[in-house]
Write a protein that binds this ligand. Structure first.
Ligand code: KIV
Length: 275
């Protein structure tokens, strides 16, 4: 497609203007995100929590991720679409991880994948990049392995932990990642990482100093009621609006106000008489 944003263009935006990224999981929302001119769309494994009602991102697999990624890429004309590697996709070995990464590209038409940091992350990232698939890294709070990080907590809060994050970011850059998500990292540490890297950092709960920002679309639209992390800004509160519309429909059906004549189809009187 002619106007598709490329990985190269994302790289070139560093130090020029801030980069925008939102998640999307289906055709109608992906279409709106794309029309708004957002640079990158992540088909995030947050799908588990905000769409499928699961209590952990580790509970979605390749089947669900590909199903939703296909719906998103059908809608998108411009944004770079990134498929999020689910927990199960890299459990077996690096070869299986590469195969799963390739499925996002070949079957779901994504342009890149995102991989959360885990103990064999560098090995797997290296193999996926070697296979010609662009990789976005993800460090800081990595929900798939949050239990190993002491839960859903801000990461890099002391000098040693911050130094580790800086090293992880540099290692991912050295392997050839085209961008790195920094999740729940103190703003000053995110700033240091951003300055040290040539590739863009995309923050979520990582302050203003990142090269770009990402939010989960259901959070920023007020369409996820179970909990709201501190870093979320709700640009809209859709849930009560949707609830009201559904209640209005229910009332109008019961009171026989809907459907009105303008929502109904008619037949000519003479045809009716023939019955
Ligand atoms: O799955 C997701 O939505 C993510 C973002 C929070 C970056 O990984």
């Amino acid at each position: 497609m002619e106007n598709k944003i490329t990985v190269r263009e994302i790289l070139s935006l560093k130090n020029k203007r801030k980069i925008t990224m939102l998640t999307a999981y289906d055709y109608p929302i992906a279409s709106l995100v794309d029309r708004a001119g957002i640079d990158m769309i992540l088909v995030g494994d947050s799908l588990a929590n905000v769409v499928l009602g699961l209590d952990s991102t580790t509970k979605v697999g390749m089947t669900e991720m590909l199903h939703h990624a296909k719906a998103v890429t059908r809608a998108v004309k411009q944004a770079l679409v990134i498929g999020d590697m689910p927990y199960e996709s890299y459990q077996i070995n690096p070869e299986e991880s590469v195969k799963n990464a390739r499925r996002f590209i070949d079957e779901a038409n994504c342009e890149a994948i995102k991989l959360e940091w885990f103990d064999r992350c560098l090995e797997v990232t290296k193999e996926i990049i070697k296979a010609g698939i662009p990789v976005m890294g993800h460090i800081g709070l990595t929900p798939q392995t949050a239990d190993k990080l002491g839960g859903f907590k801000v990461q890099g809060k002391d000098a040693e932990a911050a130094r580790r994050l800086i090293e992880e970011a540099q290692e991912l850059e050295a392997l050839g990642c085209f961008a790195i998500v920094l999740e729940c990292v103190p703003d000053k540490i995110a700033g240091i990482i951003t300055k040290k890297l040539k590739i863009p950092t995309i923050g979520i709960g990582a302050g203003i100093n990142c090269d770009g920002q990402v939010l989960v679309i259901n959070d920023m639209l007020g369409l996820f009621e179970r909990y709201t992390p501190k870093f979320v800004k709700k640009y809209l509160n859709l849930s009560p609006l949707i609830l009201k519309a559904i209640e209005d429909f229910k009332e109008e059906v019961i009171q026989q106000k809907f459907p009105a004549p303008e929502h109904s189809f008619s037949i000519k009187e003479e045809e009716l008489k023939k019955l």
